[in-house]
Structures are given as C-alpha cells and as structure tokens.
Design a protein around this ligand. Structure first.
Ligand code: 13P
Length: 255
C-alpha cells in the first residue's frame, strides 16, 4: 500500500502529516500492511528523519528518478542518491510522467533498471486512457507496457517488482474502476508476467490498483483475487484518510 503525494506538501507540511499519521495508525495495522510514502524530492530527507527517529514502520518511497547514477543532467535526481536516503520503493512510469513529460516505455525500462541496480524496489505503473478502453484497446496497451518493462529481465528481478494498474481515466477523477474491471486488468498483468518471466515471478510479483482509492473502496478492491495492494494519490495527503485506508486494508487482507 503506497501513498503517492505527487507535487503536494513542502517539507514542513510533510513532517506534520507524517507525525499525524504516526498517531493515527495503530501498531497492529502496520504489522499486516506494508506501507510506503512517496513525498516530493524536497521532502524526502525530512520524512526520512521523522520515520527513522520515531521508528515508524513505513517505508520511504520516491515518485521518480533518473536512469543514470550521476552526470550532467541538470535538475535530475538519481536512484543512487535516493538509495543513500534509505528510499526503498521508487515509482517509475507513472502516467503523469508518461503524459506530461513524454516518458516512453524505453525510458521507463531504463529507470526500472536503475532502481534495481541500486537495490530498491520499482513500482511500475501501467494503465490505459479512456479512449483506449472505449476502443477495446486496454489489453493491447497493458501488454505493450508490461512487455517493455520486464521482457528479458531475470526472473528474480521481476519477482521483486510491484506493478501498479492505474487506469488513467480513474486517476484524480473520483471515478474508481469497478472491482470487476480492476480484477480483470490485474489478472491480465499477472498472466503477462507468467508468460514473460515464468510462473514463479507471476506468483511473487505484487500488483496494486490505483485510481480514486479512498477509505470506502479499499476493502472491496483488496478482497478481489489478484489485487495485492493499492496506490493512493489524493486520499494519502491527509493523515486521517490515509490512516483509514491502511486500517481498511489491514482488516481485509495482507496488502
Ligand atoms: P488518485 O488516488 O488521486 O486518483 O491518484 C492515483 C494515482 O495516480 C496514484 O499514483
């Protein structure tokens, strides 16, 4: 279960939010749910300090990274730099990166390899637009994205991955995918992993659903076969709603 803050929270509001989360989440919920928080780059160091000093069992995450470890790439942040801050999970290929910053499947693959090379876990986002869904092109789009991300990777690398199914039309719209549509898409993603990397990897890989997740729809999503977790945007910004999502997940399954 991951909270993607996108371009929200400066380092001061980030600190307050994480401290509030510390009070709002019960220790029992942490034991059954693997939680990561993905602040903007400027708040990562501050969030790391709070998590480590308060010994909160939340993993630190990032929203993106560059595919090279260092070099003349003004404005960029490398996976190697994130690893130094004890970041564990890095989102790669979020649809907002693909749409607004022109990230191709090839760039996403290079970023995924950079994250693995630096001993962190990539959360690889895939998903279709509304037009693609309406044209019946969802499977084709998911297949192209998953294939570009993992084909030729070692089975043990693929086994560590988190794949996030985030239909673009469900992001930030308040219109979550139905449990049936999400189950079908996550099932397709898992079968692509089986085809490309073997049955072992397809069982080990964790698949999240993302797109208008809230405290009310979390439990039913996680109760669905083959959906192992959720990737939360807007509802992760406030401690109370993210804590309610964590608690709903803890009650429903091992997300
Ligand atoms: P929302 O939960 O705000 O729809 O965002 C989903 C998302 O893009 C998470 O990465």
């Amino acid at each position: 279960m991951s909270g993607n803050w996108k371009m929200n929270h400066d380092h001061l509001t980030a600190i307050r939010t994480v401290q509030a989360l510390g009070f709002a989440v019960s220790a029992k919920d942490y034991r059954v749910v693997d939680v990561s928080l993905h602040p903007p780059f400027t708040a990562i160091r501050s969030v790391q300090t709070v998590l480590e000093s308060d010994e909160m069992p939340i993993s630190l995450g990032a929203q993106d990274c560059h595919f090279e470890d260092k070099g003349a790439f003004t404005g960029e942040v490398s996976a190697a730099m994130l690893a130094k801050l004890h970041v564990k999970y890095v989102i790669v290929g979020h649809s907002e990166r693909r749409m607004y910053f022109g990230e191709s499947n090839e760039v996403v693959r290079a970023k995924l390899e950079a994250v693995l090379r630096n001993h962190m876990v990539p959360i690889v986002c895939v998903g279709e637009t509304l037009d693609e869904r309406e044209e019946g092109a969802t499977s084709e789009r998911l297949s192209a994205q998953v294939t570009a991300a993992i084909s030729g990777l070692a089975e043990e690398s693929v086994s560590q991955l988190v794949l996030a199914y985030e239909p673009i039309w469900a992001i930030g719209t308040g219109l979550s995918a139905s449990v049936e549509d999400a189950t079908q898409a996550c099932g397709l993603i898992r079968s692509l992993v089986a085809e490309l990397s073997g049955e072992g990897a397809s069982r080990a890989v964790r698949i999240q659903y993302g797109g208008s997740v809230n405290p009310q729809n979390t439990a039913e999503m996680l109760a669905a076969a083959g959906i192992d977790g959720v990737l939360v945007g807007g509802a992760s910004l406030e401690a109370a709603s993210f804590a309610a999502i964590i608690s709903a997940a803890a009650g429903s399954s091992d997300a």
